[in-house]
Design a protein around this ligand. Structure first.
Ligand SMILES: NC(=O)C1=CN([C@@H]2O[C@H](COP(=O)(O)OP(=O)(O)OC[C@H]3O[C@@H](n4cnc5c(N)ncnc54)[C@H](O)[C@@H]3O)[C@@H](O)[C@H]2O)C=CC1
Ligand SMILES: N[C@@H](CC=O)C(=O)O
Length: 360
């Protein structure tokens, strides 16, 4: 009897992160088979409206096949397809940023799927939804992994969970939680460049959310803080996070995304003023802070000493400083690229491999 374990992975969302994940899985196929006896098949890939099916698993030319042969779908079509082929070890990957797609989680779980998500929405809806989702998972004996929700490929959630589960009292988590805002302010503070030009670059590099206002408004960082707070069993909501938005009122949610991108030069003056107010030894950083004792969550733009750990950040690095009873004066620090399609896809891949160890 073969010892090979087959996983059937359905990818929802084939943008920056989803397509990179597919390519990483295809590239690692031979190694996974020979070293871990793991066969990862991808029978379906989708964007928001179209799905491409191959019962034997998609091939390296999946992208052009998708262009040629994808068809409109509903979630029921996905479920019917996997059922008709009796696929086992089903995993749905949410690589969308969709607020609607998470409403499919319950139906997917009820139909045999484990969920792995880069999308932060499911963990940041109401606490009632958060709890209900976990009850559904328990009832159907399914897993939900979301390491990439905070810090992309960095092991932030796992570290916090392990500390908490082993009785460690976590007191505070502070840092730069956003890869895109790190990239933007690291460069803007030290170079003579326009804010809008760096924003464009961050978008082109796939560091921002599909709607960059999610980053600039502080919502994306607030979601990350909320996810960490909930890992620490703090019952709190997104609206409890005190947020300093960086989107000027005239460019807020009432403008369309297209209008926002065509008017982003309007960001240059206010940010230039902010930069001019800095002292010589200071830089701008967008920081998040969760004070566990006070149960307060805050995200804001601060002037930080150039030589502090946060002030020295480079590239799109995020940094998470965890203060706890064992790490009181000198925090446990997790640092590295906090955004980008390669690190995020690798984080999803690592969740798949982690999940595989609990499957037959
Ligand atoms: N880019 C990054 O560095 C990181 C991204 N993430 C998360 O990963 C997710 C994806 O990000 P990107 O790939 O950069 O976005 P993207 O905009 O490049 O790709 C999103 C994809 O989702 C598809 N989509 C939208 N609604 C859908 C639906 N209802 N069903 C199926 N597909 C749907 C779109 O057609 C597109 O293919 C987001 O939730 C983001 O927050 C998480 C950590 C880091
Ligand atoms: N837009 C996010 C991507 C990862 O979550 C960020 O900039 O950190």
């Amino acid at each position: 009897m073969s010892n090979t374990k087959t996983l059937n992975v359905v990818i929802f969302g084939i943008g920056n992160v989803g397509s990179t994940l597919i390519n990483q899985i295809q590239a690692a196929k031979a190694q996974l088979l020979s070293q871990q006896q793991l066969n990862i098949q991808i029978p379906i890939v989708t964007n928001s409206t179209l799905a491409f099916y191959n019962e034997f698993g998609i091939e390296n030319a999946w992208h052009s096949n998708f262009e040629k042969a994808s068809i409109p779908y509903k979630i029921k079509d996905i479920v019917d397809f996997v059922k008709s082929h009796h696929f086992q070890n089903l995993i749905a990957i949410d690589a969308t940023a969709s607020k609607d797609f998470v409403q499919n989680y319950v139906s997917l779980i009820e139909n045999g799927f484990h969920i792995i998500s880069a999308n932060k929405v499911a963990n940041t809806l109401s606490f009632e939804f958060y709890e209900q989702l976990r009850l559904t998972l328990k009832k159907h004996n399914k897993s939900f992994l979301y390491e990439t929700n905070v810090g992309a490929g960095l092991p932030v959630i796992e570290t916090i969970k392990r500390l908490y589960d082993s009785g460690e009292q976590i007191k505070k988590i502070r840092g730069v939680f956003s890869g895109s805002l790190s990239f933007i302010f690291n460069r803007f503070s030290s170079e003579n460049v326009l804010f809008s030009d760096i924003l464009i670059q961050a978008k082109q590099l796939g560091l921002t959310e599909p709607d960059a206002r999610e980053d600039l408004s502080g919502t994306d960082v607030a979601r990350k803080l909320l996810i960490l707070a909930r890992e620490l069993h703090i019952k709190t909501e997104l609206h409890d996070v005190q947020i300093e938005s960086l989107v000027p009122k005239n460019l807020n949610g009432k403008t369309t995304l297209h209008q926002f991108y065509s008017r982003q030069k309007e960001l240059d003056v206010p940010f230039q003023e902010r930069k001019q107010n800095l002292m010589e030894n200071q830089v701008l950083r967008y920081v998040g802070e969760l004070d566990v004792t006070k149960k307060s969550l805050e995200v804001k733009l601060v002037s930080e000493e150039k030589h502090s750990a946060i002030g020295q950040l480079k590239g799109a690095d995020s940094v998470f400083e965890i203060y706890s009873e064992s790490y009181q004066d000198f925090p446990l620090v997790i640092q590295g690229a906090g955004a980008g399609k390669h690190v995020t896809a690798r984080g999803l891949f690592s969740d798949i491999v982690k999940l595989s160890s609990s499957l037959n």
